[in-house]
Design a protein around this ligand. Sequence first.
Ligand SMILES: Cc1cc2nc3c(=O)[nH]c(=O)nc-3n(C[C@H](O)[C@H](O)[C@H](O)COP(=O)(O)OP(=O)(O)OC[C@H]3O[C@@H](n4cnc5c(N)ncnc54)[C@H](O)[C@@H]3O)c2cc1C
Length: 394
Amino acid sequence: MIDFSISPELERTRQSTTAFMEEFVYPIESKMVEEEGLPAELESDLQQRVKALGLWAPNLPCEWGGMGIGYVGQALLNEIVGRSVVAPRLFGNAAPDAGNAELLLVAATPDQKDKYLRPLAAGEVRSCFAMTEPEVAGSDPTSLRTTAVRDGDNWIINGHKWFTSGAIGSTFAIVMAVTDPTADSRARASMILVPTDTPGFKIVRAVPVMGSGGIGGHCEVRFEDCRVPVANPLGELGQGFKLAQARLGPGRIQHCMRWIGAAQRSFEMMCTYALRRQSFGEPLAKKQTVQNWIADSAAEISAARLMTLNTAWKLDRGDDARIEISLIKFFGARVLHDVIDRAIQVHGALGYSKDMPLEMFYRDARAARIYDGPDEVHRQVVAQRILKTFAGVS
Ligand SMILES: Cc1cc2nc3c(=O)[nH]c(=O)nc-3n(C[C@H](O)[C@H](O)[C@H](O)COP(=O)(O)OP(=O)(O)OC[C@H]3O[C@@H](n4cnc5c(N)ncnc54)[C@H](O)[C@@H]3O)c2cc1C
């Protein structure tokens, strides 16, 4: 028999997180401005409260000011935090900073950790991750064109990126660039740390998007003879794709954890409203169609939660969980979308209005099927891996 019980300590942490969300987060959600976030003073005040409660940065080890609770612990807390768009920044584990901090932890030199990771882990600065380019398929990053050419004690970067999330106001970017065009396609690129005040780092615009945008925008960025010291590559040269996998793998599961929270909150709104709203002489909850939506949503959320926890459990045991991460990435994104869609339908015009968080959840959910690898690519990864196990068997 499988034991699904949670340690008393983790249970207490879950309760404190839930209490914080109820007392401090839900009441201030309406103060968020799309693409700008919460007012800076309010955000900073709430971050200090989170730190004082010992709930800061569940994804980071204790020596870097985090909670050091492993992936299963993170999954359970991120579900609570994911219930609100504003919460991940308050708890110090919002994208892209969380993934960048994890990348710095595994790949940065002691000097780089001191300069970049320390302030990032403390929430004193923001960062961005520049890999995707408009001219080539982001799904196949081996085709990227941005180059970094060695010139004496510097690397000179030239290229064009977009969807560099959070770039406006970031202190540094982690940039994927080709450092050896003659190498094998998987070994051509490296990651390079680029302070955003470096001459030649140019933010063209925040690309207008369907979703809430997030603080710092999803930016188009040009690198024009952007010169950084030779010490700035992260990890070994040519290891960019390997590091990207290390960053995006666990990073993907953090998204999935948060999606369950957003889906669960939408589900709760759907149930509450279905019981309250009268139509044709009875509550909506009496209609079989609505009951089907509730039952289907409960089953799908439950499946997504168990798949996520299973993936987290494997990661905690040192497994790279490649198949499980891809499974939950496309399955979780679909569940998120479908549950919010049903919740909006039950609410009618109210669900479509900005009086409820559902419309923003819905807009943001659409991107979940694209970022960190579109659904189709994750399905392909899963199918190819499964088929490999059958090859030669028949
Ligand atoms: C909200 C948001 C935030 C993002 N943040 C960042 C960021 O911070 N940094 C960053 O570098 N990038 C970021 N991205 C970019 C994201 O990683 C890319 O959009 C993604 O990798 C897909 O690349 P693409 O958009 O170039 O689509 P393409 O690769 O051109 O693919 C287009 C479509 O083709 C289909 N397709 C692709 N490959 C296959 C296949 N093998 N089989 C079947 N169909 C396929 C899919 O339907 C896919 O949606 C972000 C994107 C979004 C939407």
